[in-house]
Design a protein around this ligand. Sequence first.
Ligand SMILES: C[S@@+](CC[C@H](N)C(=O)[O-])C[C@H]1O[C@@H](n2cnc3c(N)ncnc32)[C@H](O)[C@@H]1O
Length: 219
Amino acid sequence: MTMITEPAPNFDSLARAYRLLEVIAFGRTLERARFCMLDRLAGCRDILVLGEGDGRCLARLVSAVPAARIHCVDASAAMLDRAARRIAGTEAARRVTFVRADAFAADFPPAGYDAVVTLFFLDCFRAEQVALLVERVAAAVKPGGLWLFADFAIPAAGLARIRARLVLAVLYAFFRWRTGLPARELPPSEKILCKAGFFPVDERSFSGGFIRSALLERR
Ligand SMILES: C[S@@+](CC[C@H](N)C(=O)[O-])C[C@H]1O[C@@H](n2cnc3c(N)ncnc32)[C@H](O)[C@@H]1O
C-alpha cells in the first residue's frame, strides 16, 4: 500500500474569512453546488462528512436528513469550532460527532456509513492522494451507499475552459500559500470514484461547467 505521510493543509487562518472570500469570488454558486442534492441523502442513518469546513453544509444537512448520525472529520480546529457553533443548542447537535483528524490517518468503520460527503475537499489533493483516500473511505461505505461530491471542473472547450484554468491557477496558488495545500491542479476525482466502484446517479453543472456536483452510488 502507498503511504502518504505529509501534514494536512492548515485552514485555521482562513476559517473566519472563508465564507466572505468565497462570496466575493463566486457569489452563491458554491453554496448552490453544495446544497443542491442534500435531500437525496434523506434515507441515510450514518453519514461521514470529510473536510466539512465552516459548517454551512452541516447546518443544511442536519435538517435535510433529520434521522441521521453525522460524523464530521476535519483537520482544522478553527473550522470545526465554527461548524460546532453553527448548530450549537439545536436538537441536531446531539446527532453530530466532530473529529479533528487528518482524513488520511483517521480510522473509519468497515461498511459503517450510508453516505460520504466531500464538498470542495478532494480538489485539495493530488491525484494519487485522492486515489488512496477514496480506496480507504470506500471500504467504510455500505454496498448501495452514496457519495455526494462537489468540486471545481475544467469545461471541455472555449472561453469557459480558459477562464477555469486561469481561476484555478490563482486559487491553487492562494491556497498553497495560505494553507500548504499539496495539490497544484485539479485531480480527476470523479474518474477515481468511478474506478473505485461508485457510479454517478445524478449530476449538476454550474458556471458553464466550472463547478460540478455529483451523486454517486456504490455498486
Ligand atoms: C477547501 S475547504 C472545503 C470546506 C467545505 N467542505 C466547503 O464546501 O467549502 C477544505 C476543508 O478540508 C479540510 N481538510 C483539508 N485537508 C484535510 C485533511 N487531510 N484531513 C481532514 N480535513 C482536511 C480543511 O481544514 C477545510 O476545512
